[in-house]
Design a protein around this ligand. Structure first.
Ligand SMILES: O=C(O)C(=O)C[C@H](O)[C@H](O)COP(=O)(O)O
Length: 321
C-alpha cells in the first residue's frame, strides 16, 4: 500500500476533456473559450475547494498537452498522484450555452485516451482507503473498460457515490438504466437530476418517487437535484427538501450538477450531516453557473459558506479559469 494514497478524503474517476465553450449556436462557429473540464474534473475541483483531500483517477496523453492538463488539475487543488499518462488522443467536447444558461454538448472523444481507463488502473489500496469514491454514468458510457473500472471501484469503496449523468449522445436509455440498476445496491449515495434523468432512467414523474425507487433498488441515500428549485434528499432514513440558493449571476449551467456532487461528497466525508452538506452543495452549484464552462468559476469554501448563509457579495463572482 502506498502511504501517499492512504488518506484521500475523496477519489473521483472518469475522463478529463478539453472544453470548447461558446454562447453561439454551433452553426455560427467561434468565438469560443477553451477550458479543461469533464464531469470527473468538475466534481474533483468542487470537492477540493470544499476542503477535501482529493485524488483524480484519469488517463491523459503522454505529451505536452497531458502535462499541461495535469498542471491545471494541480492548480485546482487536486492531487495528480492518480493520473496515468498513455499514448493516444485527448477527448474534446463543445458546449453551447443559450442566454438562459441551458447547454448543448457535442463530443469528439470516441477512442480517446481517457476512455482507455480500465480495471487495472483501479488500485484496491487507494480505493478501499478513500473516504468516498465518486464515479458516474459518463465513465460507464465511454467504454467497456471504463465501465468495468467503475464496477471494480464500486466494489472496493467504503462510500460509493454515483451520478447517473445521462448523456443521450454517449449512451442509450437502456444501457444507462442498466448501469444505474446494477450499481444502485452498492451506492452510499445516488444523485440523479429531476426531471430529465429521473424520467428517462427511472420512469417516475416526481423527485420523491425517484428517491423511493432508488432506495428500493438498494441505494443507501439519494439526493435528487431539481435544478434551480432545490434538492430532494432521502438520506439517513429521513426525507428532506433543501431549497436552492438563488444564483447571483447566470452565465452557463455546465458543471452545476458536478459542483453539487463534489461539494456534498466532500462535506459529508468531512463530517457535515446530509442537509448541511446538501445546502453547501446547492450554494456552490449556484455560484458555479456564474462562470463559463465546467471549471470557469469554482468558489472557495468561504464563498460557498457565505452564499449558503445569504451573505455572499455578488460582485465576487469572476472567472478563476
Ligand atoms: O458530458 C460530459 O461528458 C462532460 O463531462 C461534460 C460536462 O463537463 C459535465 O457533464 C457537466 O455536467 P453538469 O454538472 O451536469 O453540467
Amino acid at each position: 500500500m502506498n502511504a501517499i494514497h492512504d488518506s484521500f478524503d475523496v477519489v473521483v474517476m472518469g475522463e478529463i476533456l478539453v472544453e470548447v465553450a461558446t454562447d453561439l449556436p454551433f452553426a455560427h462557429g467561434v468565438p469560443a473559450q477553451l477550458g479543461i473540464s469533464g464531469d470527473a474534473l468538475n466534481v474533483a475541483a468542487a470537492a477540493a475547494a470544499a476542503g477535501a483531500k482529493v485524488g483524480l483517477l484519469s488517463v491523459l496523453t503522454d505529451d505536452e498537452l497531458g502535462r499541461a492538463i495535469a498542471a491545471r488539475i494541480a492548480e485546482l487543488g487536486i492531487s495528480t498522484n492518480l493520473l496515468t499518462f498513455r499514448r493516444g488522443q485527448q477527448g474534446v467536447y463543445l458546449v453551447h450555452s443559450d442566454p438562459h444558461g441551458e447547454r448543448e454538448f457535442s463530443y469528439a472523444r470516441s477512442g480517446s485516451v481517457g476512455s482507455t481507463l480500465g480495471p487495472d488502473d483501479v488500485d484496491p489500496a487507494v480505493f478501499e482507503a478513500a473516504g468516498a469514491v465518486v464515479a458516474g454514468g459518463i465513465a460507464c458510457a465511454i467504454s467497456t473498460t471504463a465501465r468495468a473500472a467503475v464496477v471494480k471501484a464500486a466494489g472496493l469503496a467504503k462510500r460509493f457515490v454515483y451520478d447517473p449523468n445521462f448523456r443521450p449522445r454517449l449512451t442509450s436509455v437502456e444501457d444507462a438504466t442498466a448501469a444505474l440498476t446494477y450499481l444502485a445496491p452498492q451506492t452510499f449515495l445516488v444523485t440523479p437530476s429531476f426531471p430529465g434523468e429521473t424520467g428517462a432512467l427511472l420512469g417516475v414523474s416526481s423527485a420523491e418517487e425517484a428517491a423511493s425507487k432508488l432506495r428500493a433498488l438498494g441505494a443507501a441515500n439519494v439526493a435528487v437535484t431539481c435544478g434551480a428549485k432545490g434538492v430532494q434528499l432521502e438520506a439517513d432514513g429521513v426525507s428532506a427538501w433543501v431549497p436552492a440558493v438563488p444564483a447571483p449571476a447566470l452565465v452557463d449551467q455546465t458543471g452545476a450538477g458536478d459542483a453539487f456532487v463534489g461539494t456534498l461528497t466532500a462535506r459529508l466525508v468531512l463530517g457535515d450531516d446530509f442537509p448541511t452538506a446538501a445546502r453547501y452543495g446547492a450554494a456552490a452549484s449556484s455560484l458555479v453557473v456564474g462562470g463559463k464552462g465546467g471549471t470557469g468559476f469554482i468558489p472557495t469554501f468561504e464563498q460557498t459558506r457565505a452564499h449558503a448563509a445569504g451573505t455572499f457579495v455578488a460582485g465576487a463572482v469572476s472567472s478563476n479559469a
